[in-house]
Design a protein around this ligand. Structure first.
Ligand code: UT7
Length: 344
């Protein structure tokens, strides 16, 4: 027997329709963290650009924050929950290895029967999930995809670790990706370098922790200087390639929105790429810290809400982190949610 399998066809193009965020209410200034790491507000601001961050409450987690951000993204996109065929959650801080967070988020949003799964690509997770969603819409495997980046890093940090305790923070951001008449999500440029998997890692493993109850519970560890050296120099060519593939020149950009890893990394990339003065640069890290997979959508929200960028503006997104992994794409910015609050 032989049979022809039906071909699938999707939308001609994809776009981000609407964006929603969830910023935890609890603001944590640098001074609240310095005594545990023998640091100072001045050192943290100078070395990272961070003035404050937000930590979620004990009852909040990536699911509750993902639901809030998702609800706001759906509201901003103007579609109904019944139109969403897939939910992709980018996170490294869901505290269960199984089941994934996305099916629970879908359920709580009344998105019934949709495909739902998590992706783990560290701080580059949102840009990976966005690329998957755009390809799914264009290929025809989903009509609309809810993409969420959500992290509760405060659960996974050692508050006495000088390399991480002041950097990482909590939050969530989400977009609805759907069909478009014109290209609004450019080709992704992505990759990884597993030879540097040690640079940002969980330590110890759950296996080591189980076999030796005297060792500290697992936490995120970072070889900050190694990542600091890698990111600006390796990511600038990736950013240029994303622009080339999209057929967009740097002076045609309205915004440059890198993962909010460290203000000095953002500034070094902007210098290396020769970002023109008229292009808005995301500097959300000052108030939000490094929220890993949530940082790019949170930074988009801040730029649009603050009037520095607008829905429909052309932006270069680039994210990088644990893996090491990275992803970049040129996009048209989505509408943001203006009728619901940004805090839980
Ligand atoms: O989001 C995923 C990707 N992550 C990143 O991209 C993060 C990349 N890395 C970084 O952001 C930076 O490496 C850090 C902000 C984490 C650290 O900054 P740094 O400039 O690389 O500091 P360092 O580790 O080279 O340390 C410089 C000095 C040292 O003192 P001496 O030897 O010069 O006297 C450290 O002991 O600063 C000292 N130091 C601190 N001082 C106060 C290290 N950490 C601290 C601290 N507070 N927390």
């Amino acid at each position: 027997m032989s049979a022809d399998i039906a071909a699938i066809t999707g939308a001609a193009h994809a776009q981000m329709l609407g964006l929603g965020v969830c910023r935890p209410r609890r603001v944590v200034p640098n001074v609240d963290l310095t005594s545990a790491i023998d640091s100072s507000d001045e050192w943290i601001q100078t070395r990272s650009g961070i003035r404050q961050r937000r930590f979620a409450e004990a009852a909040e987690n990536v699911i509750t924050m993902g639901v809030s951000a998702g609800q706001r993204a759906i509201s901003a996109s103007g579609i109904g929950v019944g139109d969403i065929d897939c939910v992709i959650m980018a996170t490294s801080t869901h505290l269960y290895q199984t089941p994934a967070a996305a099916p629970q988020v879908a359920h709580q949003l009344n998105i019934r029967g949709a495909a739902a799964f998590d992706v783990s690509a560290g701080c580059a997770g949102f840009c990976h999930a966005l690329a998957l969603a755009a390809d799914m819409v264009r290929a025809g495997s989903a009509g609309h995809v809810l993409v969420i980046g959500a992290e509760k890093l405060s659960d996974n940090m050692d508050p006495t670790d000088r390399s991480t305790a002041f950097i990482f923070a909590d939050g969530a951001g989400a977009v609805v990706v759907g069909p478009s008449r014109t290209p609004k999500i450019g080709p992704v440029v992505w990759g990884s370098d597993g030879s540097q998997s040690h640079a940002i890692r969980q330590e110890p493993s759950w296996g080591e922790f189980r076999s030796d109850p005297t060792i500290e519970r697992p936490a995120v560890r970072m070889e900050g200087t190694a990542v600091f050296r890698w990111a600006p120099f390796t990511m600038a060519p990736v950013a240029r390639k994303a622009l080339d593939k999209a057929g967009v020149t740097i002076d045609q950009l309205d915004a440059f929105i890198p993962h909010q890893a460290n203000m000095r990394i953002t500034e070094a990339m902007a210098r290396s790429l020769k970002i023109p003065a008229h292009v808005a640069i995301a500097r959300d890290i000052t108030e939000a810290g490094n929220t890993s997979a949530a940082s790019v959508p949170l930074a988009i929200d801040t730029l649009i809400r603050g009037g520095e960028a607008r829905a429909g503006g052309i932006a270069l997104l680039i994210a990088f982190g644990a893996g090491l992994s990275y992803a970049a794409q040129v996009v048209a910015l989505p509408e943001i949610c203006s009728d619901l609050p940004v805090h839980n």
